[in-house]
Write a protein that binds this ligand. Structure first.
Ligand code: FAD
Ligand code: NAI
Length: 474
């Protein structure tokens, strides 16, 4: 007999599991279905983010940064380390432990919030307005019925044409997070977020890393001044970043040979031990059986939704990577919460203008709002103020003075339009800018607020002061 719920969520990534919890908190009967399994076949909720994305990548970034510090910056502090080495197996085991803690945490949260979890694949099996049937195929086959369905099936890595991932030589994100020993030579195709984060991990551990990027501009979506600074720093760290290339034939046998044309049009060959392909991700609607119920998919393969995440089917919603907008875990979560609230008759809302972006390289890059080039293109008159970490006492004490904070504010109203950071702890500092923009603050508002001394956050205040040409410490 079918099991009845108010809401069935398909997918337990950040979009799905958060939607399920919020809906249950609001008193709805909720089921969440997810097919991700551990190597032992146990449930592994958390999606890409927890299993092969945000969490494991940050675990490896931390391990490799510690190694890098021990080798390069400890001596400055008078600390000597002899015979420094890295046990990659232990590093990966630690990463797996961190992932498992997150998987277990989600299962615990489901129990606590009375969300019924099904481990298996969820697919539309019929129904219509107000009564959808979802087939679960897994260890036990079940049919669930629900008034509302939330599709949160995420995304998959995009492969190069004619070069499928084997995760031995040609790696997607999962493969890049599980390289068993540091490759001597590592190739990366795509100088986007994954390419730079994973390239940094393996560079810090000693690999020679070459990054091939198709676009002529490096980090085109990032504020140009920040992107230029980043390119300078990453190059100094040993990442060999080649922009404006055209990747041709790839041969993967014992190692990987990449034929490409460089930005001057000359034919080149790159031979590497492993190749990470990080050229973006594609929405995942595989196996949902959406066709059978007439679910509309847009021309780029995303589930088509309106501004409220409603699909073309009554009571069917979609959130996260499987719909338009940035492919970010926190964006997926916000949409999940908003949809749960709308189902419960509340007024959930997501402000896409204040979704922060972070690239967890060293230095970190973080931003919110418009870049300088976007403002110019839109013809918006603005004032800019920057402050370098070089002039920040806490950054000097940390021994990490790379980068700067930059505020962009409306020329007439002084309202903050964008904040861009490259430097230590940018991922944490950006939160202040997000709050400020959400409250419609001006740069003067930030400039007038007392910031603790010594702290990196003083660079935020100083950059806000700089908008009015009145920095104090520069
Ligand atoms: P997903 O997390 O992909 O979850 C979808 C879930 O649905 C999966 O568990 C899948 O198994 C399940 N599923 C799919 N189809 C079915 C079905 N038919 N039945 C049952 N289950 C199904 N974002 C950030 O914000 N910060 C970061 O630092 C960050 N780092 C990243 C690093 C890497 C290497 C990668 C690849 C991504 C990273 N991201 C990061 C992006 C982030 O992982 C995604 O934006 C986020 O996971 C999207 O959440 P989601 O819930 O939409 O989908
Ligand atoms: P991306 O979109 O960030 O970067 C892909 C890069 O590959 C682009 O610069 C693109 O121009 C380039 N490219 C595309 N085709 C190419 C080709 N044939 N040859 C050479 N270069 C090519 O995608 P990425 O890095 O795969 O990450 C996917 C998504 O995952 C990101 O967009 C982001 O949403 C999410 N993510 C977020 C992270 C974070 O928030 N810190 C970390 C990692 C991933």
């Amino acid at each position: 007999m079918a099991k009845n719920f108010d809401v069935v969520v398909i997918g337990a990534g950040p979009g799905g599991y958060i939607a399920a919890i919020r809906a249950a908190q609001l008193g709805l009967q909720v089921a969440c279905i997810d097919e991700w399994s551990t190597p032992e076949g146990k449930p592994a909720p958390g999606g890409t983010c927890t299993n092969v994305g945000c969490i494991p990548s940050k675990a490896l970034l931390q391990s490799s940064e510690n190694f890098d510090h021990a080798g390069h910056t400890f001596a400055d502090h008078g600390i000597s380390v002899k015979g420094l080495s890295i046990d990659v197996g232990q590093m990966l085991a630690r990463k797996d432990k961190v992932v498992k803690q997150n998987n277990d945490g989600i299962l615990y949260l489901f129990k606590k919030n009375k969300v019924t979890f099904f481990h298996g694949k969820g697919a539309f099996a019929g129904g219509g307005s107000g009564a959808w049937q979802i087939q679960v195929s897994g260890k036990s086959a079940e049919v669930l019925t629900a008034k509302h369905v939330i599709i949160a099936t995420g995304s998959n890595p995009r492969a190069l044409p004619d070069m499928p991932f084997d995760n031995k030589l040609v790696l997607d994100n999962a493969g890049a997070l599980a390289i068993a020993e540091t490759p001597k030579k590592l190739g990366v195709i795509g100088a986007g977020v994954i390419g730079l984060e994973m390239g940094s991990v393996w560079r810090r551990l000693g690999a020679e890393v070459t990054v091939l990027e198709a676009l002529p501009a490096f980090l085109g979506a990032v504020d140009e001044q920040v992107a230029n600074e980043a390119l300078k720093v990453f190059t100094k760290q040993g990442l060999d970043i080649k922009t404006g290339v055209k990747v041709g034939k790839i041969t993967a046998k014992k190692n990987v040979t990449v034929e490409y044309t460089d930005n001057a049009g000359a034919a080149q060959t790159l031979v590497v031990d492993k190749l990470i392909v990080s050229i973006g991700r594609v929405p995942n609607t595989n196996g949902l059986n959406g066709n059978s119920v007439g679910l509309k998919i847009d021309e780029r393969g995303f589930v088509a939704v309106d501004g409220d995440c409603k699909t073309n089917l009554p009571g069917v919603w979609a959130v996260g990577d499987v719909v338009r907008g940035p492919m970010l875990a926190h964006k997926a979560e916000e949409e999940g919460v908003a949809v749960a609230e709308r189902i419960a008759g509340k007024h959930g809302h997501v402000d896409f203008n204040t979704v922060p972006w972070v690239i967890y390289t060293s230095p970190e890059i973080a931003w919110v709002g418009k870049t300088e080039q976007q403002l110019k293109q839109d013809g918006v008159k603005y004032r800019a103020g920057s402050f370098p970490f070089m002039a920040n006492g806490r950054a000097r004490a940390l021994g990490d003075t790379t980068g700067f904070v930059k505020f962009l504010a409306d020329e007439r109203t002084d309202r903050i339009l964008g904040v861009h950071i490259i430097g230590p702890m940018a991922s944490e500092l950006i939160a202040e800018a997000v709050v400020a923009m959400e409250f419609g603050a001006s740069s003067e508002d930030i400039a007038m607020i007392c910031h603790a001394h010594p702290s990196l956050s003083e660079a935020m205040k100083e950059a806000a002061l700089a908008v009015d040409n009145r920095t104090l410490n520069l």
